[in-house]
Design a protein around this ligand. Structure first.
Ligand code: SF4
Length: 347
């Protein structure tokens, strides 16, 4: 990379503690630069899987709005953006529409489609427009052993803090808080007010209620081994990869009783996954699949009847919860997927 460049910075912002510290550092730095010299465009990019934990999403939206308003007041070259999966690749379009079995550790089809692809698309668009982009991430060595291994696997460019992204050519990763410990992060949040106004009290409370943990911004499988593990308790509320959703349970324990409907639905979704009566014998391509080692039959997707049952139960859960859990657009896509599949099967 050339010495002087003004490639855009893309901050991966989940609204969690680590990315908040990074955003705070970047915006404080920007405020110290005279407006005429703020040449580099900064993008604050969050991803909405559309099955995010509702309290986490509400916090994220509030902070995004505060940051956008600060950027406007101070004439900062900042874009606040939320990426989302394509309408036919959402959790519900794939699970209820196409019958993908609820994700588990061996078949985790969701992370790529819901998290990695939408943000990668945004980064690559910026790389095409500007020749390169710098992706600023709040990842830290002491998060977990797998995080440490994934960070250490990649070598920085000589004399620079940038690491070429392993999967996105033209994107370079900058990890400004890589050496901070979790205590350092809490200390920054406890002591320093955010430059966009207010305090970090809501964020700290969110963690207290959820008993810690978060599902970070995920840009590649190497960058985010924590998604869908016991460390990632701010994941999707539908996450069937984890045994128990500790954050939602924490929210219920502090009085958000309506979240119980979400926990019950998630537990049920996990429970029905391997019931043979809900799974097709063949895969979507009409072939029967067997495990190459054990020779055992591998069941296909959920049957159309099971998908209808899941949609009905989701609608009931929506009523019980008192908020939208699936969009009209997703339901339309699901119904047309079923209709196409029935035509293909000649039913
Ligand atoms: S939190 Fe769970 S459901 Fe959501 S993308 Fe990660 S592994 Fe998949």
């Amino acid at each position: 990379m050339s010495e002087v460049q003004d490639y855009p910075w893309i901050i991966g912002f989940s609204g969690g503690k680590d990315s908040t510290v990074v955003a705070q550092a970047v915006f404080e730095a920007l405020l110290q630069i005279p407006p005429s010299r703020r040449k580099r465009h900064v993008h604050l990019v969050s991803n909405d899987t559309q099955v995010e934990s509702p309290l986490v999403m509400a916090h994220l939206i509030k902070v995004q709005a505060a940051i956008a308003s600060m950027a406007e007041s101070f004439r900062m070259p900042v874009t606040v953006v939320t990426t989302r999966p394509a309408p036919d690749k959402t959790f519900w379009a794939l699970l209820i529409g196409k019958g993908y079995p609820s994700p588990n550790q061996t078949m985790r089809w969701c992370t790529d489609r819901l998290k990695i692809l939408p943000t990668s698309r945004y980064i690559l668009d910026n790389v095409s427009a500007h020749g390169a982009a710098i992706v600023v991430l709040g990842v830290r060595l002491d998060e977990s052993d797998s995080r440490r291994n994934s960070i250490n696997k990649f070598r920085n460019l000589a004399g620079s803090d940038l690491t070429p992204h392993s999967e996105l050519p033209g994107a370079f990763i900058y990890r400004p808080i890589v050496h901070l410990t979790v205590d350092d992060v809490w200390e920054v949040l406890g002591r320093c007010q955010p430059p966009w106004g207010g305090t970090h009290r809501d964020l700290i409370q969110l963690y207290r209620d959820a008993e810690g943990g978060e599902c970070p911004v995920v840009l590649s499988k190497d960058e985010a081994p924590g998604c869908g593990t016991s460390n990632s308790r701010f994941g999707c509320w539908t996450c069937t990869v984890v045994d128990k959703d500790k954050s939602i349970q924490g929210f219920i324990d502090v009085g958000n009783h309506h979240f119980k409907a979400l926990v019950d639905f998630r537990d049920w979704l996990k429970e029905i996954r391997n019931k043979p009566e809900y799974r097709q014998v063949e895969r979507r391509n009409g072939r029967t699949q067997f495990d190459l080692v054990t020779g055992k039959h591998i069941p296909g997707p959920f049957t159309i009847q099971a998908r209808k049952m899941i949609l009905d139960r989701l609608r009931e859960t929506e009523e019980e919860f008192g908020g939208q859990l699936i969009s009209k657009e997703e339901i339309d896509i699901i119904e047309s997927t079923w209709a196409d599949e029935l035509v293909q099967k000649g039913e």
